[in-house]
Ligand binder design. Sequence first.
Ligand code: SAM
Length: 356
Amino acid sequence: MENTLRELILSEIRSKGPIPFERFMELALYAPNMGYYLREGSTIGRGGDFFTASHLGNVFGSILSRPIEEVWRRMGEPKDFHIVEIGPGMGHLAYDILTALQGNPIESCLSYHLVELNPHLVKLQKKRLENFLSKVFWWRDIFELEHLSGVIICNEILDAFPVRLFEVRDSRILEVYVGTDRDGEFVETFYPADNELISYLEEFAPWVQHFDNYRSEACLRIRNWLRTLRGLLKGGLVLLIDYGYLSEEYYDLSRNRGTLMCYFKHTTNDVPYVHIGEQDITAHVNFTAVAKWAEEAGFKVENYTTQYRYLFSLVDEKFLERLYNHNPSSVIQFKTLILPGGMGESHKVMTLSVGL
Ligand SMILES: C[S@@+](CC[C@H](N)C(=O)[O-])C[C@H]1O[C@@H](n2cnc3c(N)ncnc32)[C@H](O)[C@@H]1O
């Protein structure tokens, strides 16, 4: 698989010349049938390359069912309420949210929509959600959805969007492209950044121009994606949960190699040109840019905080007591989710609302 995907990328370079790193990342992660997220056997969790909050157990989903119910009430308890999960992975979060909402007055009003690019994962999700099939629907792309009222959940999605890589040399911003050397190995080449990348940096990190040999990345695709999302959502809330920073922290001098990271069998490395299609490639999210673009698209930014503060604000003693009585190990799950120095701090939550 790695060789075939490698060959696909090499042939694109042979025909077009060096390609922007963003395109390399797009092919490595999303080339049909071969990219890391689109191949068969793509798994997240203990058997895969990394795990996310929804793999720790049912606590994350149980807690997130609370703001979902609250939004439903704020919207006047509509008869038709949509929960949309973009990139639902193995389907654990969907299962845990639907289970937590069983017996709740919202249950008869809701439908759950999974937006999944990988047909192999859809099969796994269908199996996991077999008890809920009457209210669960699958879509390949958010473009297929419209007139949504409810909550859109994106857990660790934005970090998987292809990013543009740049370096600053002698006060010039250069964009990283990927070409090949004589032996057919991938090599980075550098071209002057285009206006889009320069405007992004002027707006969100003008100071980096003064850092020499500075390297980082920018995810410009989020802007259009937010516009699309806003077009679909008539009313409700978008819940963005991801690792990320505000601009000042993101583009700090101390982070002069950026945040690009690869995950391979629960180890990390910063070389995207190996294990192609077999390793995840991610970058942190710039939440300053997300907030700005969300407002520009017509959302109201309701909240931005750490996962620790967000989850803590949603639980009370009774809830924790019930968790413990149901399953004592839930308390360990909860601690992992809120741990300072771990997921509790690295992961941030941003909520965007429409008409609430
Ligand atoms: C790190 S995984 C997270 C999976 C899951 N949300 C979880 O928490 O376990 C990132 C997922 O985002 C999906 N993804 C990235 N961009 C997407 C897009 N534009 N539309 C739908 N899914 C997307 C990928 O296919 C991948 O399954």
